[in-house]
Design a protein around this ligand. Structure first.
Ligand code: MF3
Ligand code: CO
Length: 256
């Protein structure tokens, strides 16, 4: 079901989204080579809790047989890991890595969801271009995130832009509506046909999230039941914001 948020709900969404934005500010300042991904998880969890929110990914149960509830406060995926990398005390961040972090904060019963890819120290030109294209893909998509367009227009814009840059999008996972639930309707694929899907209306809150692969779009799932990696070992990046649809331009709620 697609939910249209009331004024009051929009205020709650703003608050949850602000927590995520502040958390990324803190991570941006602190993330360094030599840190473990579990240390980054601890930093994130502390900020979220200090700001009166709950790390909503922790304990999240996708309801798929054989897959355990998600064990941490953030997803942290390095280089060829695309999404859902699980924080670990054995996983060390290195100079030159690209590190994608995806987090959801729950506050007053509403969720805010965003992802960023951090470049650790000096990264290769190729990696840098991938990270920039992934971010730009989000902005290409939200050009259509307003009344008069449909969800397929956002999907199409993201997919075509990424393809034109010589990269692939992840096809098995997608953006989504967001509110009381972390994942609400509509699903928002990062590829598709323009003019298809439901109409975009004021009061919708949407998580738009290009997940971009440098090489072929084929993926593998690791034995932990969570981590998704590229089959060809090529790099991947992720950029996501929760946005509010208005009468005019969308508002990006997870940017300060
Ligand atoms: N935050 C992710 C998204 O963008 C979902 C992560 S799955 C979880 O939709 F298990 F980690 F919560
Ligand atoms: Co999301």
């Amino acid at each position: 079901m697609v939910t249209i948020k009331s004024k009051k709900e929009i205020e709650y969404m703003r608050e949850a989204c602000k927590v995520v934005a502040l958390m990324y500010q803190e991570i941006e300042n602190k993330i360094k080579p030599g840190m473990t991904t579990l240390e980054v998880d601890n930093i994130a969890e502390k900020v979220i809790k200090k700001l009166g929110a709950i790390p909503a990914e922790k304990g999240y149960n996708p309801g798929i047989k054989g897959i355990p509830p998600y064990p941490a406060s953030i997803c942290i995926s390095i280089n060829d890991e695309i999404i859902h990398g699980v924080p670990s005390k054995d996983k060390i961040i290195k100079e030159g890595d690209i590190v994608s972090i995806d987090t959801v904060a729950l506050k007053n019963g509403y969720n805010g969801d965003a992802a960023r890819t951090f470049m650790i120290g000096k990264v290769s030109k190729d990696a840098e271009r991938l990270v920039e294209v992934t971010k730009q893909a989000f902005f290409e998509g939200i050009k259509f995130a307003k009344p008069g367009y449909r969800i397929g227009d956002i999907s199409h814009a993201i997919g075509e832009y990424v393809k034109a840059q010589g990269y692939s999008v992840l096809r098995e996972f997608q953006g989504h509506g967001i509110g009381k639930q972390m994942h609400e309707d509509p699903g928002i694929p990062n590829y598709g046909k323009a003019g298809r899907g439901i109409r975009i209306e004021p009061g919708m809150t949407l998580a738009i999230e290009p997940m971009v692969i440098q090489g072929k779009p084929n993926i593998l799932e690791l034995e932990d039941g969570w981590t998704i990696v590229t089959e060809d070992g090529s790099l991947s990046a992720h950029y996501e914001n929760t946005i509010l649809i208005t009468e005019k331009e969308p508002e990006i709620l997870t940017i300060l």
